[in-house]
Design a protein around this ligand. Structure first.
Ligand code: SOE
Length: 379
């Protein structure tokens, strides 16, 4: 196996998810490359040093520019807050590094376009961590749709519900709470949660042509952790939108961080002329499937336990019936990236794919402001 030297920037929730994936992938997948945890970067020397020790990184940096310019780093993994994605990706592309970037690609499509042009001009392999595509049941849903089993698609329905920002005493800004700070996150649930739903939807059901949306910010002011002052909240706390896909199907999307009782309820349902399917992150190894072509007396929803050897990715894990979880979607994403690298092929979602998701997010936020249907720009 050829070593592939990783430089990770950011060591929060996603830094851990990615590091875990690099560590495990070679044990379960037969690959040409072996990820080497060369360096991790973060601003706080003590914390990043502790992270490096805990996860087995060979070294650490406190300045991302230094990490990007190190000749021993081949792949830069951008796992820090959204406002830093663009500067890091541009510098990494210029330095000729491969780049894996956390979602959403950027703060908006303009930034996303600059980043996409930069990686394409540099000719460096690139990918965005929309990990839910690689949960085996979601991949199976993709394959069933691609095989045409559902027939003509009429409806796509997705939601992503959480409840962790309901308290008005929760501050915004700083570690972990940057997601509530519009200057750092770019948007609220639209870029953080709906972007996942949109990425899956574009992958399963093709392009979105136009959208009409509404957003709300329920708590208008929160104390800012970095300034200590009570400041206006600029993010969308909730967003719902209607969409028309290019294939003529209609869709509804909804996301909020104010759905008491829901922690990470990502669900989608697709209704086709011949069959329907639905999936739920809280029961992630199951795919519900209904096929109208079944014999009438036996027709009904099948709950497919996606754990068999011939299900996507599952042949690499345990024995049939034993399930895997959330973190494995990241392992699968690294495995596919390394496989693409060996074959000289891009692995989706590339920056360009993620730019299209960003274009839908932008149209949604534009529509929430204009109260009109807005076209989605095609990239
Ligand atoms: C927000 O709470 C969050 O962690 C997102 O940032 C992730 O992308 C999502 O997968 C889970 O929820």
């Amino acid at each position: 196996m050829k070593p592939l030297n990783i430089g990770l920037i950011g060591y929060g929730f996603m830094g851990r998810a990615h590091s875990n994936a690099y560590r495990r992938v070679g044990h379960f997948f037969d690959l040409d490359h072996e990820p080497v945890l060369k360096a991790v970067c973060g601003r706080d020397k003590d914390q990043v040093g502790a992270f490096a020790r805990q996860w087995g990184y060979e070294s650490f940096e406190t300045d991302w520019r230094k990490l990007v310019s190190r000749p021993d780093i081949e792949l830069v993994d951008v796992a820090c807050p959204n406002d830093m994605h663009k500067p890091i990706a541009l510098a990494a592309a210029k330095a000729g590094k491969m780049i894996l970037c956390e979602k959403p690609l950027a703060m908006n499509s303009l930034e996303g376009l600059q980043m996409t042009r930069a990686v394409e001009k540099a000719g460096v392999p690139n990918m965005v961590w929309y990990n839910y595509r690689r949960i085996p049941a979601v991949t199976l849903a993709h394959d069933l749709v691609a095989e045409g089993r559902l027939g003509r698609i009429f409806h796509y329905r997705a939601k992503f519900l959480q409840d962790w920002t309901i308290s008005k005493d929760l501050p915004q800004g700083g570690a972990a709470l940057w997601r509530l700070d519009a200057k750092v996150a770019g948007s609220g649930v639209t870029g953080d949660l709906l972007a996942h739903c949109i990425d899956t939807a574009l992958w399963l059901n093709g392009g979105i042509d136009r959208v009409t949306a509404m957003t709300e910010t329920f708590i208008k002011e929160r104390k800012h952790n970095l300034t200590g002052k009570v400041q206006e909240v600029g993010i969308d706390d909730a967003c719902a939108f209607l969409a028309r896909f290019e294939n003529g199907s209609l869709a509804t999307f909804e996301s909020t961080r104010y759905a008491r009782g829901h922690k990470a309820l990502y669900t989608f349902e697709i209704n086709g002329e011949q069959a329907s399917l639905c999936w739920d992150l809280h029961d992630l190894h199951r795919l519900q499937y209904f096929d109208h072509r079944d014999e009438g007396r036996l027709r009904g929803w099948r709950s497919i336990h996606v754990t068999d050897g011939d299900h996507p990715y599952m042949g690499k894990w345990w024995v049939p019936g034993l399930q895997i979880g959330y973190e494995h979607s990241f392992v699968h994403q690294v495995a596919d990236f390394l496989d693409g690298l060996a074959k000289g092929k891009p692995t989706g979602p590339t920056f360009r794919d993620a730019l299209q998701t960003q274009a839908v997010c932008d149209a949604v936020l534009r529509s929430a402001r204009s109260s009109r249907w807005e076209p989605v720009r095609r990239y």
